[in-house]
Design a protein around this ligand. Structure first.
Ligand SMILES: [Zn+2]
Length: 342
């Protein structure tokens, strides 16, 4: 098994002290992967830099030009959440280019699967504007690239960051050929991701939201996967599976209120790899989004690497939360009905 691993030291140049989305996240991941000795098993690749043409498949040109011109100092796109420094646009282009490189490797059969350990993250960035720590929608740019360059007809994006991937949803809302499924805490930032957001026009049904209430953990996430995500994937039959993975749904994450464990995260990653094996020759690329507890984040990425490599290994130094979790059955019944699943 060859697993492409794309990351880059330049990703640390976009950082702001005191902000949760800072360069320390990557230093923690790199250190953990090295300590675990997994780097020797991964095929390290260097990112490309996303071109204007590639970015414009997702973003409006005037937004890109605004980012390009913001080289005079620190500015924010949304109050104090989303910072842009003089070099940030280039770093964001290399982050998007990291996913492009991983997708390229997988679709050229240079690797079986891959992971892009990038930042800034991307799933909140809309066609018009960045928000929620995200400048460019990395995963959406990669999905468009896979369709345009490799002529794929169907790409699936699964998003299990704790926050709803509003930007990715927006970008593909009217598109029947990109299946977007998001499992997220709801109601919560950014406010979107309700059950009845299912797409528009030809895209109706190609957006599936699983808005989970706070406190859901391994049991609810696993059920959601088995009862909704896997059957929906089978029906859609993707040629490539892209995954927005954020580790902020962990019970010990400082920003959110879900209760996944690292073990639960790993079982989900393994299920995703299985689905890709079953439906699209194992072609799956994980793309890093959020995750703000560094121990969770670094072990979580390591466990995804294990899952991609087919290793039966899990590192979970934090264990389980003390509280129980609320049931998800009623919600899943509604989702099944709405999307005619099962
Ligand atoms: Zn998040």
């Amino acid at each position: 098994m060859t697993t492409a691993y794309v990351t880059d030291p330049r990703y640390t140049e976009h950082t702001l002290e005191g902000h949760p989305e800072n360069a320390g996240r990557l230093y923690a991941i790199w250190q953990r992967l090295e300590d675990a000795g997994v780097l020797d098993d991964l095929a390290a690749l260097e990112p490309m830099m996303a071109s204007y043409n590639q970015m414009e498949a997702v973003h409006q040109r005037r937004y890109l030009e605004m980012l390009e011109m913001s080289r005079s100092g620190l500015m924010f796109l949304d109050l104090s959440d989303t910072y842009v420094l003089p070099g940030s646009f280039d770093i964001a282009r290399i982050a998007a280019g990291g996913v492009l490189r991983a997708v390229d490797a997988v679709l050229h059969s240079e690797a079986d699967n891959g992971i892009a350990v990038i930042r800034p993250p991307g799933h909140h960035a809309t066609p018009q504007w960045g928000m929620g720590f995200c400048l460019l929608n990395n995963i959406a740019i990669a999905a468009q690239y896979a369709r345009r360059v490799f002529e794929l007809e169907r790409v699936m994006i699964f998003d299990y960051d704790v926050h709803h991937g509003n930007g990715t949803q927006d970008i593909f809302y009217d598109d029947p050929d990109v299946l977007f499924i998001s499992v997220h805490q709801y109601p919560y930032y950014p406010g979107t991701g309700a059950l009845d957001e299912t797409g528009i026009g030809a895209g109706v049904g190609a957006t599936i939201n699983l808005p989970l209430r706070a406190g859901v953990g391994d049991v609810g996430y696993t059920k959601s996967f088995d009862e909704i995500v896997r059957p929906a994937a089978r029906r859609f039959a993707p040629e490539l599976l892209l995954v927005s993975v954020g580790f902020d749904a962990h019970w010990n994450d400082p920003l959110a209120g879900m209760q996944l464990t690292l073990t639960g995260y790993t079982h989900l990653a393994r299920r995703l790899v299985e689905v890709a094996d079953e439906l699209c020759h194992g072609r799956i690329v994980f793309v890093l989004e959020g995750g703000y507890n560094l121990e969770v984040l670094s072990n979580g990425v390591l466990n995804v690497c294990y899952a991609l490599l087919g290793k039966d290994k899990i590192d979970d130094p934090l264990g389980k939360p003390l509280r129980g979790e609320p049931p998800v059955d009623a919600l899943l019944d509604k989702v099944k009905q709405l999307h005619r699943l099962g």
